[in-house]
Design a binder for this molecule. Structure first.
Ligand code: SAM
Length: 283
């Protein structure tokens, strides 16, 4: 019998993938974890039936989450906090920068890390880097007691329901602000602006961030396996600007090979379609 993975993006529209093999399934204390393999996207990880990443298109998401802030703050980024992100994709990209000294990964579910190490080694490959410190905690609680500590915080969470819900709230963003140093930057996955339900979540998250940070801009990327394929990320700071403060010469001098990110695309990613601008004006 042919196995298929289906994720509904609206009541009537969904993503369907013909699966070759199911490699793993488990109900952890927090969520159902599945790993599948298919022809078009290679292996893919789902949590509670929602697509988290595929081997084929994860580079887009992880490169944008990491290289955008890195190309702005450059060598000022020594200490980084990643909340969520137990698959290791953001950590892998961060570890490519020799000058980063310390990375804290706060992931609520240790089973996600174990499963990704076993079944998605190309993504989880830097989780054993000596600079990486994994803390199995709820990011919402962890951040409450941190002050003036990180140069960069990356929120690589699940969607705004289940364990990830609190990571889209005003309280949480306010605590991220407090945990950042003066020059620090927060980057977060910001959901899709396209379908109505997702757009509302996107608007709500933006309202909560704008309330907490002096400067907050969104940038976009095309991610084929996420709802509508049109994905947004947030860049927030006390005043550091994602385009004016971009340092393309520094970033290009590193010679990092990337498959999606480049410093021209960086600038373009912050110019949003009119319908997205309108959505954000309403907050
Ligand atoms: N790129 C993905 C996406 O947007 O579909 C996110 C991937 S990553 C696997 C998300 C991780 O966030 C999961 O491993 C989940 O366990 C973790 N997570 C969810 N809520 C959390 C919380 N409150 N604190 C820390 N980690 C959390």
């Amino acid at each position: 019998m042919q196995l298929t993975f289906t994720e509904m993006h609206t009541p009537t529209v969904g993503l369907q993938i013909q699966v070759d093999r199911q490699l793993y399934t488990e109900q952890s204390d927090f969520q159902r974890i599945d790993v599948f393999e298919c022809e078009e996207f290679g292996r893919f990880l789902t949590l509670d039936g929602y697509m988290m990443l595929t081997e084929r298109d994860e580079f887009i998401y992880h490169e944008m989450m990491v290289h955008v802030p890195m190309a702005v703050l450059g060598e000022k980024i020594k200490k980084v906090l990643v909340i969520g992100g137990g698959d290791g994709g953001c950590v892998r990209e961060l570890c490519r920068y020799q000058h980063i000294e310390h990375i804290d990964l706060v992931e609520i579910d240790e089973r996600v890390v174990a499963v990704c190490k076993e079944y998605l080694p190309g993504v989880a490959c830097s989780l054993d880097d000596p600079r990486v410190h994994i803390l199995y905690q709820d990011g919402l609680k962890y951040i409450r007691r941190i002050e003036d500590e990180y140069d960069l915080i990356i929120i690589d969470s699940t969607d705004p329901f289940g364990p990830g819900e609190g990571l889209f709230t005003m309280e949480f963003y306010g605590n991220c602000y407090k945990a950042l140093k003066e020059h620090g930057v927060l980057v977060n996955q910001h959901e899709s602006p396209f379908y109505k339900g997702d757009a509302l979540a996107c608007q709500r998250a933006h309202r909560n961030i704008v309330h907490s940070f002096e400067l907050s801009r969104l940038f976009q990327a095309h991610i084929p396996t996420y709802p509508s394929g049109h994905w947004l990320f947030g860049f927030s700071s006390r005043g550091v600007h994602p385009v004016r403060d971009l340092n393309p010469d520094w970033w290009n001098s590193l010679g990092l090979e990337t498959r999606y990110y480049n410093t021209n695309l960086h600038k373009g990613a912050f110019y949003l379609p009119n319908y997205v601008q309108k959505l954000l004006e309403k907050v």
